[in-house]
Design a protein around this ligand. Structure first.
Ligand code: FES
Length: 253
């Protein structure tokens, strides 16, 4: 694909409109998807998508081929979204505030992700969309955002809901930070390891569950805190481990 991109780009740079049209067909959907997630207003997306390809066509002469074509295209798309976001900032802030102020009492994972993304600064949101939705590697995201792979990795590892490795269908996370550690978090970890048949940091061979030890989950006054599929359980004790393991099997976590 990359070789074919390079061939089409070379033809397009020589003025071959059909070659550029082939590149548009290849990447239009992905560019539109990125813009949709960054702009969040479908009314802007079509126009922004067209603008991205117009800019790409006009600036093809500057594309040196050191980066991959699609990461260069993503960079144009992210800049376009950033420019449009800045122009609309007051309205967007209002939307973000509404999303954050009125949380669904029982949000599903999609609601949580939308809310998490809405709360992120633009450049973080762009990194998450490219990495976790578009499937780019940290190096490719860094290339597209003109930043470093370390910056991308720091985002992925900072937010609990984003993972640097695939996780199981269920995710059990035990806070082992100070308050929870003093309240017996290690006993909870040990008990869950026994019940789930895996060590902390591992995923079961059948992909059913991942067990992790994590930093503070924000419930220090209710230690030990355990997040089961992002639902927080408070005052968890080692004796609760069998019930937690059972609830995973029943899909009631
Ligand atoms: S230390 Fe465990 S929730 Fe804060």
């Amino acid at each position: 694909m990359a070789d074919d991109d390079a061939r089409l780009v070379a033809l397009a740079r020589a003025g071959d409109v059909d070659a550029f049209a082939a590149l548009i067909r290849r990447y239009e959907q992905r560019v539109r998807g990125v813009l949709l997630r960054l702009l969040r207003d479908p009314r802007d997306v079509e126009e922004a998508t067209q603008d991205v390809f117009v800019q790409a066509w006009r600036n093809l002469g500057r594309f040196r081929g050191r980066a991959q074509f699609f990461t260069w295209l993503y960079r144009i798309a992210v800049n376009e979204a950033l420019m449009r976001t800045r122009r609309k900032r007051p309205a967007l802030q209002e939307l973000d505030e509404r999303l954050l102020a009125a949380p669904d009492p029982e949000p599903d994972l999609r609601d949580l992700l939308v809310r998490e993304l809405s709360a992120l600064p633009f450049e973080y949101r762009a990194a998450v969309v490219l990495r976790d939705v578009e499937g780019l590697t940290n190096a490719e995201v860094a290339e597209a955002l003109d930043t470093t792979p370390a910056f991308c990795l720091s985002i992925a590892s900072f937010y609990d809901m984003f993972h640097t490795e695939p996780v199981g269908r269920h995710l059990v996370e035990v806070c082992t930070n100070v308050s929870c550690a003093l309240s017996g978090a290690q006993d909870v970890v040990d008990a869950l390891e026994r019940e789930l048949g895996i060590h902390v940091g591992e995923t079961a061979a059948d992909g059913s569950v991942t067990l992790r030890a994590v930093e503070c989950l924000g419930g220090c006054g209710w230690a030990t805190v355990v997040a089961v599929d992002n639902h927080h359980r408070l005052h968890v004790r080692a004796a609760d481990a069998p019930e937690i393991a059972k609830s995973l099997g029943e899909g009631t976590a």
